[in-house]
Design a protein around this ligand. Structure first.
Ligand code: NAD
Length: 418
């Protein structure tokens, strides 16, 4: 399908093809599994604060509808493109299936730079996008959540716009919204805390002491900052962090609490006094026990995979490692990979809890949410580890295999209409 052609979509297809080949999935089933079911691209005219009208492009891709509604984030970033969104939707399908959630994968995005838009411009853009998506979404059809460049406020505007359209309040149309309007306790921190939990589990599995371990985190947004704090609470020293402006390094450890205050005030970590500046490329090659890419796709590539110096590569971002890098990392047996669809699944798992709570209008305590989250992550971690050891395949191959084979089974048993 040429409309999705993009380096990230090619990468997601390559990963799928490797799994399909390994398990000898028949060609006709492969085509049914791989390509997105539906996609929609919209033009979004928005009044800017200076009086101009600017037209933005937005996308939404629903990958498969076999197991329930589709579920996935909405991204605001200048590089958003249909093929990238389609790849992220495909990964969401395998992630939801791996976690045993009754969802297909979806993803959305608007090509824009949220750092250069005012709050009022962001609100108008979000409301216009939601309005354009109304024929395409619904609480039993497709449920959005925050991703890069979006947050609780974005979800609140989406919920409000949708509810005004229906004439009554529909909290379950989005997840990751503020707790005061039907969000779940623990959702904001869920992805990063899940990353922390799984890294701690991996340290235990391979015999690393948290108190003697150093971590480097690329991306200090929702996921990266919470993952960093979570690791620090387990006793890990955070020696490197970065955001889009570049990285910070301090071998003695970075004061996360000071950095968080600084980043909240400046909207960037650039210029923070408690560490020296490094580039994002240098950051990925810093010596550490735990490397956490928590920003963009395609950061660990054929060019730097041989140079990273960690024992655990915890993929908090979606698609941070290219297939070329995987070939190199497969040879580096000292590195344990927590693949993205497992590592960052905490976000969609608690999104699922939020959706269930909204549908029932019955809300859980934070302890209940976290307890249920860690149980699902633990089960998924053990399944993937067991399959990887049994078949002598990488953790990525094992994780994708569990997810893809569950969707394959569901499609087979439902049959094909007509
Ligand atoms: P965010 O917008 O809150 O933070 C993104 C961070 O990455 C920011 O610090 C930004 O400055 C930085 N960044 C952007 N481009 C960069 C670059 N080229 N180099 C280095 N840093 C860069 O986004 P987020 O919600 O934390 O999402 C981060 C990643 O985690 C994405 O890949 C997203 O798909 C994935 N993810 C997010 C969730 C969630 O619940 N938010 C769930 C699962 C996966």
């Amino acid at each position: 399908m040429d409309i999705y052609d993009h380096p990230t979509f090619r990468m997601a297809c390559q990963q799928f093809d490797r799994v399909a080949e390994y398990w000898q999935i028949p060609a006709d089933e492969q085509a049914r599994l791989k390509f997105p079911k539906r996609s929609m691209t919209v033009a979004l005219p928005v009044h800017m604060d200076d009086g101009r009208t600017k037209v933005f492009t937005g996308h939404r891709v629903q990958h498969h509808l076999t197991l329930g509604p589709t579920k996935g984030g909405l991204r605001y970033h200048p590089a958003v493109a249909l093929g990238e969104v389609a790849a992220l939707a495909m990964w969401m399908s395998w992630k939801c299936a791996l976690a045993g959630l009754p969802y297909g994968g979806a993803k959305g995005g608007i090509a824009c730079d949220p750092l250069h838009l005012s709050q009022t411009e962001l609100e108008r853009l979000t409301r216009r996008y939601t309005q354009e998506m109304i024929p395409f979404i619904g609480e039993k059809v497709d449920v959005m959540a925050p991703d890069m460049g979006t947050n609780e406020q974005t979800m609140a505007w989406m919920m409000d716009t949708y509810s005004v359209h229906t004439g009554y309040t529909v909290p379950s149309i989005v997840t990751g919204k503020p707790v005061s309007i039907g969000g779940s306790l623990g959702r904001r921190e869920s992805t990063g805390r899940g990353v922390g939990y799984l890294i701690n589990r991996t340290m235990d599995t391979i015999g690393l002491e948290p108190g003697h371990s150093r971590a480097v985190v690329q991306g200090f947004g929702n996921v990266g900052s919470v993952a960093a704090f979570s690791l620090a609470k387990y006793g890990v020293k955070i020696v490197g962090v970065s955001d889009v402006s570049g990285g910070l390094h301090n071998a003695a450890g970075i004061d996360l609490w000071e950095l968080e205050k600084y980043a909240a005030a400046k909207r960037t970590i650039a210029g923070f006094a408690g560490a020296e500046h490094v580039t994002n490329e240098q950051l990925l090659e810093l010596p550490c026990e735990i490397l956490v890419p928590a920003a963009m796709e395609r950061q660990i590539t054929g060019g730097n995979a041989a140079k990273i110096k960690c024992r655990i590569l915890a993929e908090a971002a979606n698609g941070p490692t290219t297939p070329e890098a995987d070939v190199i990392l497969d040879q580096r047996e000292e590195i344990f990979i927590l693949p993205d669809i497992l590592c960052n699944a905490g976000g969609v798992i608690v999104s699922y809890f939020e959706w269930v709570q909204d549908l029932q209008s019955f809300f859980w305590t934070e302890t209940e949410v976290m307890d249920k989250l860690f149980r699902i992550l633990e089960g998924a971690f053990l399944q993937v580890l067991a399959l990887s050891r049994k078949q002598k395949v990488s953790m990525r191959m094992a994780a994708l295999s569990v997810g893809i084979k569950r969707v394959q089974e569901a499609k087979k048993i439902r049959g094909l209409f007509p």
